[in-house]
Design a protein around this ligand. Sequence first.
Ligand code: PMV
Length: 332
Amino acid sequence: MQASAVAHANIALVKYWGKRDALLNLPAVGSISMTLKDLFTQTRVEFREKLTKDELILNGQPAEELATARVSRFLDIIRRKAGISRFATVESFNNFPTGAGLASSASGFAALALAGTAAANLDLSPRELSILARQGSGSAARSVFGGFVEMKKGESTDGSDAFAVQLYDENYWQLDMLILVTSEAPKAIGSTEGMTLTAKTSPYYSAWVQSSADDLEKMRQALAAKDFEQVGEISEFSCLKMHGLAISAQPGILYWNGVTVDLIHEVRRLRSQGTPAYVTIDAGPQVKVLTLPEYSGALVNRFISFPGVQSIIHTTVGPSARLADGNKRVSD
Ligand code: PMV
């Protein structure tokens, strides 16, 4: 009763922020993301007879109680589905900083969903896996798939229509992403807490929810046309709108540091001089720069010495989640 799986992180080009149901983790808005090749989580799950509780080893260290409890609640869903009662040892390794707005919960829960169900001898369809992963973290529903992925917000109260679908696989269009790391400290306020506070207190929340369908439709069209300028414009707009919304909560949620702001200005300056580059930022201070492959080298050179940039991860579109042994891919 053991299995290992790999799932890649993803970055939303049209952002998800807000839940229509906190318990089932149902999103209030849909989202569209790009899966990343070079950021992944590898997770091994073993259901064992002798354990008296679940164990989580994260990057080689026993995890904090809160993280273990979150994983344990997720394993409960798998145990219920499989009709088993054994506790599990979960060993998870991220090849990138954990919890700093680099989407570790997305790849983490997608890998856990796949490894956990395989270890429990459950054979779920990609859609069922996405629905399961969503219950760990909203963005994890998207990390089940590679390429360009759309998360459907769904309408039903049981969450059966709130899953991600692959729009295009990773070979459709090579876009590059440069992740400019400005801080490796864990974020001050988690996404769930941030979303709840925003929905409760921001006067702009209903406008955010209402305007989302339009962004999604424009992004679908831009991806279908491989129109980089449009993809970039909508991404940057959706990102700034999400952060404007979070800032408008009470008390305001500000994920950026000073370097984040300097980088936004610099990317816009470079763009005004002809470099096709757009920013997107998640629940943390890192700046992700979306660009075309032929411009990546010059952008890395520009940002490697930029004051406050600690490191750069240069990546491109990545594949679906897969079992580590046998290489069975979710989209197969
Ligand atoms: O899935 P969560 O709870 O980690 O929330 C993700 C929120 C953002 O990363 C800010 C946006 C997104 O769509 O990924």
